[in-house]
Design a protein. Structure first.
Length: 411
């Protein structure tokens, strides 16, 4: 027989996550528009003040220099001064020179005093200018802050929020009105999607339930031929697989939205229930489950969080080694976040294949699902549910085979 050539190996993918946010600088060092406007307004005012101070200083110096010569001369007599150091007795020329030096010193002292006081006044005005510029920039940019807060609320799936910016019909109001129109269309689209999910839930479940009932009735007939019983079992397994696919698709569609109603849920209890449900399957496959749970209470939906733990533990059991396999399940609080850790033995997983595992209907080295281990939605559902709770899931290959799945959720 001719052997089928092995498919070409895909080029390696980067092991770093490009979506992981980079380290943010200090908030007060961020070059925000408000800071830039403040520096611009304050800097312009400061430059104008320096120029004005220089002009005033030059004019004052020129005014003091005009007529600096003494309008009189000493010819005889005695002159005393408490400011200048005048000789007690000297010739008139010496007295005149001493008086000129005294007046020059007084002029320079007046200029120095003017300069120091002007610099203090300029410093005070600069502080006032920067504070005024910062306040004015904040007032001008307040609509942008309002738009940002609304966008953050919408990011939390609160599509009912609107900016409704009032004021002059300028560029900011035009931006806010455009954003409100976009939110209106998004809300209609999400409402239509939710309505479709509800209708599809009913329309898809009903015929599958009818088919299952009919097959179970025919299989319960002891007089049915062996061929029909075998065919009925095959069709029942196919019908059950279709039901799992429908349930997975509906759960995936629901979990993509933010969880609105949240209640305290302990991940330790959730993981314990998931382990209890998989114990029989693990025993049949010869896989040992090691469980160590520490209390980790989060705010969320208990049913969806249980689905996270159940899918991860089921995958860890089903994709394992045939002999002496094990699965470890841990829950704890780390760095202010609740952590669910599921690790297992299994086949070696290349690092560049990790991202493909979280795509719907994708498995390791295959484009579509094609086995009886599931419908290929387990990890996609886990990622969607984790995102809906504001969390994150990551996977790392274990040395020697298997994976380490880490789910982090805010407490």
């Amino acid at each position: 027989m001719a052997t089928t050539p092995a498919p070409p190996q895909a080029p390696p993918k980067p092991t770093w996550d490009p979506r992981r946010p980079m380290a943010q600088p200090l908030p007060w060092l961020r070059p925000t528009i408000r800071i830039r406007l403040t520096l611009l307004y304050g800097g312009m005012f400061l430059i104008a003040g320096i120029l004005l101070l220089s002009i005033i200083y030059l004019l004052a110096a020129q005014a003091l220099n005009v007529g600096s010569d003494l309008p009189f001369k000493i010819t005889e007599g005695k002159v005393t001064s408490r400011v200048c150091d005048l000789p007690a007795s000297a010739t008139p020329d010496v007295f005149n020179t001493a008086m000129s030096n005294c007046v020059g010193e007084q002029r320079q002292h007046a200029l120095d005093n003017l300069l120091s006081r002007s610099l203090l006044a300029l410093l005070g005005l600069a502080v006032i200018a920067f504070a005024f510029g910062y306040a004015m920039a904040g007032r001008v940019l307040s609509p942008l802050g309002r738009i940002t807060r609304t966008a953050r609320a919408v990011a939390g799936s609160d599509l009912s929020r609107r900016i409704e910016l009032d004021g002059p019909d300028d560029e900011l109001k035009e931006l806010a009105d455009t954003f409100d129109d976009m939110l209106e269309r998004l809300q209609r689209a999400f409402t239509a999607q939710q309505r479709f999910v509800g209708n599809a839930s009913h329309e898809l479940r009903t015929p599958l339930a009818i088919n299952r009932t009919l097959l179970e009735v025919h299989l319960s007939d002891p007089g049915a031929p062996m061929e029909l019983q075998q065919l009925g079992k095959t069709l029942l397994a196919t019908n059950e697989r279709s039901e799992q696919l429908v349930e997975g698709l509906l759960l995936l569609a629901r979990s993509d939205n933010q969880i609105v109603e949240r209640k305290p849920v302990d991940l330790a209890e959730v993981a314990e229930q998931a382990v209890d449900q998989v114990l029989a399957e693990a025993a049949a496959k010869g896989v040992e489950i090691r469980s160590e749970q520490k209390s980790a209470v989060v705010q969320g939906n208990g049913v969806l969080l249980e689905r996270i733990a159940l899918n991860l533990v089921q995958n860890a059991v089903r994709y394992n080694v045939p002999d002496n396999g094990w699965v470890e399940v841990h829950t704890e609080i780390q760095h202010g976040q609740a952590v669910l850790l599921v690790s297992n033995t299994g086949p070696v997983v290349p690092a560049y294949e990790i991202d493909n595992l979280f795509e719907p209907f994708r498995r390791l080295r295959t484009e579509r699902t094609g086995s009886d281990k599931g419908v290929g939605l387990g990890l996609s559902i886990v990622r969607s549910v984790a995102r809906a709770h504001g969390g994150h899931i990551s996977a790392q290959p274990r040395e020697g085979g298997g994976l380490v799945m880490r789910v982090t959720l805010p407490v």
